[in-house]
Structure formats: C-alpha cells, structure tokens
Design a protein around this ligand. Structure first.
Ligand SMILES: *[C@@H]1O[C@H](CO)[C@@H](O)[C@H](O)[C@H]1NC(C)=O
Ligand SMILES: *[C@@H]1O[C@H](CO)[C@@H](O)[C@H](O)[C@H]1NC(C)=O
Length: 442
C-alpha cells in the first residue's frame, strides 16, 4: 500500500510540474519562472517604446542618406567606381559603412560603430556603455560557461562590447541566449558560429551583431542553459534558426554572412521591432527571413524593420522576407535570383520596396517577386505593397497593391539625378563579412 501512495505522490508532482511547463512551450521557455516573466514584461514595455508612430521619418531619413552618398561620388560610372574602390584606400560605398570604415584606427575606435545604424534599428548602441570583453576560448559549456567564452560574455548583466582574440569556430551546444546591451563584434578576427545551435535574442533589447559568419545551424534538444548572470533556465528544443529574435527590440545585424540554417536565417517574431538588417550576404537556404510567425499575433502590427544593402545570393528559395502585420522597408538590396519568390506575406503587412535590383530566375513560373498568402485578391488589394525605383531584370514582376501614394509617402525619390537601383551593385559591394586589419581602413 505504501508503494501506491508514493506512486500517486509522484504523479501529483508530475502534474504540478506539467502545469508550469505547458503554457509557455511556444516561447521555448520550459519553465516560466519570475526571471523570464520579468523579462517578458520588460519586453512588452520595450515594444511600446521602440515602436515609431511616424515610420515615414525613418524611411525618408534612410533614403536621404543614400542620396547624399551617391551624389557625393564624383563619378556616376558604376564600373569605374568599383575599380577605384577595389584598389582604393577605403571601400565604403554606402552611408552605413562610410560612418566607420575609412578610419584607419577602427580597432581603437570600435565603439564608433554604435553611431552608424540607419533605418528602424537606428539608435541601437549595443554594448557601447560598457567595457570591451575579449573572447579567447571557443568552447561552450551551457551549464557553467567559463570566463573568456562567448556564452559567458553574453549573459553578463552589464553592457559589454564583445570582441575576439583570434579567428575561431564556435560550435554552440545549445542556443546562445543573449541579454540586453551587448555588441558581438567580429572585426579583425575570422569568427564562425557553426555546426551547432544558433543565436537567440529573446525578451532583450539593444543588441548589435557585426561581422561574423553563421552557418550550418541545427536544432538543439534544449534542457538547462545558463541564460543570465545569476540564472539557469530550462528550454525546450530550439528550431535551428541562425538568429532568432523573439520579443526583441533595437537590434542591428550588419555585415553577416549566413547560410545553411535548419530553420530561418533570421526570424523576428512575437513583438520584435526597431530592427535593421544591413550589409548581409545570404546564400543556400530555403526560408530566408520570417518577420512575424502567427496570423493571430496582431501585436506584430508594431513590428518595424529595415532590410538594406543586402545581397541575396545563390540557392535562396523564398521569404526575403515573409512578413505578417508589420512595416518593412526593403531598400537597396541586390536580389541575384530566387527559386520560388522573393517577398511574401499575410495579415496585411506594409512593404515599401525602394531602389532594389530584382533579377528573376529563368523559370517562367517564378518571375513574380511577391507572394501573398491566406487572402483573396479582394483582401490583399488593400495591402500597401509598393515598389519605387526598383530595377526589374530578366522579366521580374512586382505586383503592387494598396495606396499608390504609399511609396512616395514613405521616403520616395525626390531627385532622380541618381538611380539607386542601378547603383545597387556598388551599394552592396562589401556585403557579408569584411576582413579588417589593424591600422588600415577596413
Ligand atoms: C541597458 O542599458 C541602459 C542604459 O545604460 C540601462 O538603462 C538599462 O537598464 C540596461 N538594460 C538592461 C536590461 O541591463
Ligand atoms: C553623371 O555625371 C555627369 C558629370 O559628373 C553628369 O553631367 C550627369 O548628369 C550624371 N548622370 C547621371 C545619370 O547622374
């Protein structure tokens, strides 16, 4: 009899635990304790604060900066420009890069980068207010990260500017769970996050990730992971995204080379906003970027993202990006080709496409840039998906919808002295990771 009593006791314990676990599976948090509840509450406040009620200011500001850069070039011959830049002292060809790359002391002035974001992620400063933390050890211990490892760096409570002592491959055993006010700065080192789990920015704000390679990312099984300086959390299985933003605000992802992740290259979901993805190079992937994961999560109305100066390279299939509810400024990117479609969405997102170069694949059935889902034409004809100044190559088609004035309203091109889409090869010339050497312009 005593045995049966014990058994029911453990059953009760089991159900008690289950009660804690069940409600939060979708956030990959297996145990929603006070620590994560507090972070979630903070994230909800951060979303309200980071949301910009006047997105047209941001898009216009961005386009004006590009215009100034292009008009600043003494020549308007792209080919001549490329040649000059190749041998020239500083290859910065767009306004984000011009902000820091021509400084030969970039290594001493690393934090200058924190002034350089444009677009919705503008104002992201990462670890600017903290000391430099140098990663010296590529190993990963998820329960008890040792000092000198990337995982140890990203869970510290204070702001940190994280750099690397040398080139390294970091094979993450589980998701890298970042905390607020951090910069991961791979300049000067050849850093790969690869052959393991990816990076997660969940219920955190103010993060810069710069100049690293991310590839061959797999789902990981979850379990106990050190996710705060003084906290050990319990996670469920991760999806295998390169970078996963979940309730993340003020994030700038710049000069990343990313390929072959099991799920998305970059996902931004569940109340993420104030994000810029720039100067990246993506290849070899199916679902490239997912912005908003659920057609019932309308808080993503406040999602605002800039995708700029990015090269969509070989073997990409679709979702560059795929958007729900929010506002995305897709500007001055180079779509080399795609296999199914380039830009997708559902739940009436706003997509403003300015000065991109779309090169359609040979497949006659895949010339269309846009893919609208779960809506009849009657419904989607009211969604604002507008294209202005885009260059359509190889028969590419962008079927527009919504307010014909939307592209102008959100920063349309006033002066046509320059042709931004024609200049895209120059603007994205240095996308992906850069090889920066000390005492030389990068
Ligand atoms: C991040 O830094 C800001 C400004 O230094 C500070 O107010 C805020 O509390 C920090 N956030 C976290 C979560 O540490
Ligand atoms: C190219 O530059 C020349 C001289 O600098 C200028 O006269 C011409 O209008 C420019 N063309 C375009 C399309 O910007």
């Amino acid at each position: 009899m005593a045995g049966v009593g014990n058994k029911s006791f453990s059953l009760i314990l089991y159900f008690l635990c289950l009660g804690v676990i069940i409600p939060s599976l979708e956030a990959h948090i297996a145990e929603y304790d006070d620590y994560w509840r507090e972070r979630e509450l903070q994230a909800k406040e951060n979303l309200e604060k980071a949301y910009n009620p006047n997105p047209e200011e941001v898009t216009q500001h961005f386009n004006d900066h590009v215009a100034r850069t292009l008009m600043g070039f003494r020549t308007n011959s792209t080919r001549r420009m490329l040649k000059k830049q190749k041998g020239g002292p500083c290859g910065a060809t767009n306004p984000i890069d011009q902000c820091w790359r021509c400084d030969r002391n970039w290594e001493r002035n690393r934090k200058k980068l924190a002034d350089c974001a444009l677009g919705f992620g503008r104002g992201t400063t990462g670890g600017k207010d903290g000391p430099i933390y140098v990663v010296t050890d590529p190993t990963d211990d998820v329960l008890n990260p040792s000092s000198g490892t990337l995982r140890h760096a990203v869970i510290q409570n204070r702001p940190l500017w994280i750099t690397f002592a040398r080139g390294m491959i970091i094979r993450l055993k589980e998701e890298l769970l970042m905390t607020s006010n951090k910069t991961i700065d791979g300049r000067g080192a050849n850093v790969h996050i690869a052959y393991g789990a990816g990076i997660t920015i969940q219920f955190a704000k103010n993060v810069i990730i710069h100049n690293i390679h991310i590839h061959n990312i797999f789902p990981s099984k979850g379990g106990k992971i050190k996710d705060g300086e003084n906290h050990l959390g319990l996670r469920t299985r991760s999806d295998g995204d390169g970078i996963s933003l979940f309730g993340a605000t003020n994030v700038w992802l710049d000069h990343l080379s990313v390929y072959k992740c099991s799920d998305g290259i970059i996902d931004a979901i569940q109340g993420s906003t104030a994000i810029t993805i720039s100067n990246c190079h993506f290849t070899d992937h199916n679902d490239v970027m997912l912005f908003g994961a659920s057609d019932s999560y309308s808080a993503d109305e406040k999602m605002q993202i800039t995708v700029a100066f990015t090269r969509f390279g070989k073997n990409l299939v679709q979702r560059m990006p795929r958007v729900r509810f929010g506002f995305v400024h897709v500007v001055n990117n180079d779509y080399r080709h795609w296999i199914m479609s380039a830009i997708g969405g559902s739940s009436h997102p706003t997509i403003i496409s300015h000065g991109n170069r779309f090169r359609a694949p040979r497949n006659i059935a895949a010339k269309q840039v846009c893919k609208r889902e779960y809506a009849t034409e009657q419904e989607w004809k009211n969604w604002d998906w507008r294209s202005e100044g885009d260059l359509m190559l190889n028969g590419a088609i962008f079927t527009q919808s919504g307010d014909p004035k939307a592209a102008k309203k959100f920063g349309g091109y006033k002066m046509i002295a320059y042709k931004p889409a024609h200049m895209v090869p120059l603007l994205v010339r240095w996308s992906g990771t850069l090889e920066c050497r000390p005492n030389k312009p990068c």
